[in-house]
Design a protein around this ligand. Structure first.
Ligand code: ARG
Length: 581
């Protein structure tokens, strides 16, 4: 069978139904979203359903069932649909023909990137994530921002977007005077070598504590800050050294998490233009004086007051962010700029987005999106190293690896040490990432080792195992039938489970697109989990290697597509899919 170009089944159906609604109700304005189909809640009612007769009932002043009947009456069904029915108050239920599913599946498997729509080609998005602060170790918020941000980054790349991942380091601010004094007086060189950001923070804390009851110390901190701001060579060199040292610790974390940035432009990069930003805000009548500071009053929009220059003349976090938008728009002309931080910064983003819109610093053509997530809860005793709300990510990853190592030594005691260690890293780190990515970012989540490492629940290791088991079926097939090429056989969908699995597979491109567009990697994680559950029923219910020739090849071929989708999908989430476990 010659593979035709893959088209997302749900999109084809939705477009077709939308046109039908317009045809039947020419007098009414039918929006683009009318006619949307979604996978059926219950397979007994078909593969997809459209609920829009209900949505239109008010506008059309008719009972939804009448609307659905008018849509369906005299409708000529395309060959891809085998059954279309109205149910209940006015649901339109659609069943796809098995032949069409088989054809779609082949087209998808043959297409580049498994048929993921390349709707991002020619467009740029800037994604601002991780963005930790210099001279402080990353806290749990930065860790989630790194993992979620990197998945959103990869999702957009998968859709063909030109992605600029920018690590917007917090590398400028009034704390540097205190840090300079702390560093000069209290640094422990040994600790600095092993955990630079942590040791720098300790110096800061010690110096800050002293400044509180020692006025002379406080004054010296201020002097050092002023010297730095005025470009004093020695202080500038120290500041650069703090960045270099902090980056060593951050980069270690990024390397273990497999995260890469295209840019690491810290806040300091924008310092030279901040004065001009505030001047222009004033000229436009947006910024005004208030107790020696300059503020933008957004009370009328219930967004409070945004300080853009402090009374001591220093600029704020918001001012830098406004300048950053301007720089990104000018340099990259992005379709959107996406920021990933924890929920506590919502007001900050609303404020400067609002100001950028009013100043036309962000034109209509550039969307500004704040993707926020809730903080993760950690039950007592979850991590061995914990200070306040700072969880040392490296300790967490170490623990994940050593727990995975233990599981491997129980299941594969024969595995050579170095192989086992590499595998443990893939499983342990995959488990930590997946436990974060599989949940809706906005919900409060509680991390537990049992759930993260579970082999029979919705976990990273579960999906990795599912993938590796399929690979081993494929190996067995190759060993038993070396002369046969399953790819030259057609796909036959005789059994219900086969059909459901094939339909699920063909929906992979839609899942990727939806996850990217909603900024929720959990949409893809859920999809992959449901796919592996269907696969496991498939595996249990029908024979593979013992089936008759033809049926066997079709099943093996489906297996190979499941493996391909699982490893590609996990890859988009930043999780490795080892061939063997
Ligand atoms: N450095 C900030 C923090 O640690 C996060 C920066 C997020 N990005 C931004 N453009 N504001 O909270």
């Amino acid at each position: 069978m010659v593979a035709t170009e893959y088209k997302q089944i749900d999109e084809v159906l939705s477009t077709w139904l939308n046109a039908r609604f317009r045809e039947v109700f020419p007098e009414t304005e039918i929006g683009e979203n009318i006619g949307r189909v979604i996978p059926s809640a219950n397979a007994a009612f078909g593969d997809f359903q459209c609920n829009d007769a209900m949505a239109l009932s008010k506008v059309l002043k008719q009972p939804p069932r009448n609307i659905a009947t008018k849509v369906v009456e005299g409708l000529e069904l395309p060959s891809m649909i085998s059954k279309l029915e109205i149910a209940g108050p006015g649901f339109i239920n659609i069943t796809i023909s098995s032949d069409f599913i088989a054809e779609s599946l082949l087209a998808m498997a043959a297409a580049d990137k498994c048929g993921i729509p390349q709707c991002g080609v020619g467009h740029t998005v800037v994604i601002d994530y991780s963005s930790p602060n210099v001279a402080k170790p990353m806290h749990i918020g930065h860790i989630r921002s790194t993992v979620i941000g990197s998945a959103i980054d990869k999702l957009h790349r998968a859709l063909g977007y030109n992605v600029i991942a920018d690590n917007h380091l917090g590398d400028w601010g009034t704390q540097f005077g205190i840090i300079i004094m702390g560093y000069r007086n209290f640094v422990d060189k040994e600790k600095l070598a092993s955990e630079p950001a942590t040791e720098l923070e300790r110096c800061y804390v010690q110096s800050y504590a002293r400044a509180k009851d020692d006025e002379e110390w406080m004054n010296r901190c201020r002097e050092e800050l002023v010297k730095l701001q005025q470009g004093d060579e020695e202080n500038l060199a120290l500041w650069k050294e703090f960045i270099r040292l902090s980056m060593i610790e951050f980069n270690r974390v990024f390397a273990r998490l497999g995260v890469n940035f295209d840019l690491t432009r810290g806040e300091s990069y924008y310092q030279p233009v901040l004065k001009s930003v505030v001047d222009r805000l004033e000229e436009a009548g947006l910024a005004k004086d208030s107790e020696g500071a300059k503020i933008v009053d957004l009370e009328a929009e219930k967004l409070g007051v945004c300080i853009v220059r402090k009374s001591d003349g220093g600029f704020n976090y918001a001012t830098t962010d406004i300048a950053t938008v301007e720089s990104r728009v000018t340099e990259f002309n992005p379709e959107k700029i996406i920021y990933v931080t924890d929920e506590r910064q919502q007001l900050h983003f609303k404020q400067f987005f609002n100001i950028c819109r009013k100043m036309n610093i962000a034109p209509e053509s550039t969307a500004l999106e704040h993707v926020w997530f809730g903080l993760m809860r950690l039950p007592e005793g979850t991590f061995s190293t914990r200070q306040g709300n700072v969880i040392k990510l490296e300790a967490l990853l170490d623990e994940a690896e050593s727990r995975a190592r233990k599981i491997i030594s129980e299941s594969r005691p024969d595995m050579p040490e170095d192989e086992a260690a590499k595998l443990a890293a893939k499983i342990g780190i995959g488990a930590v990432k997946y436990s974060d990515l599989s949940q809706d970012p906005r919900t409060m989540i509680t991390f537990t080792w049992d759930k993260a490492l579970s082999l029979d629940g919705n976990s990273g290791p579960y999906l990795q195992y599912a993938h590796a088991r399929i690979r081993s079926v494929l190996e067995k097939y190759k060993a038993q039938f070396p002369e046969l090429d399953y790819e030259s056989y057609p796909i036959v969908l005789n059994e219900d489970i086969e059909r459901s699995l094939a339909l699920k597979l063909a929906m992979y491109p839609s899942a990727v697109k939806k996850a990217a567009q909603s900024y929720r990697p959990c949409v893809l994680a859920d999809y992959l989990y449901e796919l592996s559950q269907l696969y496991s029923s498939f595996y249990q219910r029908v024979p593979f290697l013992k089936a008759d020739e033809g049926v066997r090849e079709s099943r093996i071929r489906i297996c190979s597509i499941v493996a391909k989708v699982l490893s590609q999908g996990l890859g988009i989430l930043g999780i490795e899919a080892p061939e063997r476990i």
